[in-house]
Design a binder for this molecule. Structure first.
Ligand SMILES: N[C@@H](CCC(=O)N[C@@H](CS)C(=O)NCC(=O)O)C(=O)O
Length: 294
């Protein structure tokens, strides 16, 4: 059976997500970072980095190559053929060479390195370089919901997998709303949620909350990563919405209705057509918002 080797809190996350999307049988072998410079793991990946993959006699490193191999086991629409396959390769290479180095520079110096080792100038440069790539993506997604058109493919997974960590940790996507909406579509797919649950600290019953919302007619559910100080009203003006705090702290301030919100696990309501709500909170938050059109 195909083995995906490495803890989920590594780039193996994207491979676990791909295997779930493809619906193939696989085994997750959660080798930790403490073992990746030792002989047994180096025999699988001589770079000493996660992840690695073993599928019969085939041993691979490079997460996106692993994903192309996984997608190769199934057909369209996840793994399209012909010209669309060339487009998959284009976006996958773009993800590895244009998107990842720049967003990782921002990520390293914003939340990954210990605070004392972060360099604000490098973080800012990573943001500027990322924004230039995101502008290209924003214009591509202006006329289609997914990279190749109407359907989610391995190209979307490979690129969204790269932006995932920064999306989760407060990168400001405000200048590219189409990209943000696309990321939310990709990263809240059932297979993505399954893989995310392996590595995120899910302290609240998000699935149960989704079901309860759907039963009450709040059928459109979006997940948002809210940097500190981001205004929720920018997204929700005119909505009748109910939300749940998945992580961090979140506050809803209304000129008319007082304060609501709280830390992870707390629910909140946004009455219809109320423009006065906004979020605050020192650390930012991740929230799930269900919308009922009024
Ligand atoms: N291009 C490689 C990058 C692999 C990589 O950098 N993995 C990280 C974890 S996400 C790692 O193992 N870092 C440990 C190290 O560099 O020592 C891939 O996509 O697989």
């Amino acid at each position: 059976m195909l083995k995906l080797i490495g803890v989920a809190r590594s780039r193996n996350f994207r491979c676990l997500w791909a295997a779930e999307e493809a619906g193939i049988a696989y085994e997750h072998v959660p080798v930790p970072f403490t073992e990746i410079k030792a002989a047994p793991f180096l025999a699988l990946n001589p770079n000493g980095k996660l992840p690695a993959m073993q599928d019969g006699d085939l041993v691979l490193f490079e997460s996106l190559a692993i994903n192309l191999h996984i997608a190769g086991k199934v057909g369209a629409p996840f793994n399209p053929t012909g010209d669309d396959h060339a487009r998959v390769l284009q976006w996958t290479l773009w993800a590895a060479t244009e998107a990842e180095p720049n967003i990782m520079q921002w990520a390293q110096h914003s939340f990954m390195k210990p605070p004392a080792e972060r360099d604000a100038a490098l973080a800012a440069a990573g943001k500027v370089a990322s924004d230039a790539r995101l502008k290209v993506l924003e214009s591509h997604l202006a006329s289609r919901p997914y990279l190749l058109g109407e359907t989610f493919t391995i190209a979307d997974l490979n690129l969204a997998g790269i932006y995932y960590g920064s999306w989760l940790n407060g990168f400001d996507f405000a200048a590219c709303p189409k990209v943000l909406a696309w990321l939310e579509r990709c990263l809240t797919r059932p297979a993505a949620l399954h893989a995310r649950k392996l590595r995120e600290d899910w302290t609240v019953d998000a699935a149960g909350f989704r079901e309860a919302l759907a039963a009450e007619g709040y059928t459109e559910v979006v997940e948002r990563s809210q940097p500190a100080g981001m205004k929720l009203s920018e997204h929700t003006h005119g909505w009748d919405a109910r939300g749940l705090v998945l992580a961090g702290e979140f506050r809803v301030i209304s000129a008319t209705a007082g304060d609501q919100g709280g830390a992870a696990g707390a629910g909140f309501a946004l009455p219809a057509n109320t423009p006065h709500y906004e979020t605050t909170g020192a650390a930012g938050a991740r929230v799930l918002i269900g919308r009922r059109t009024t």
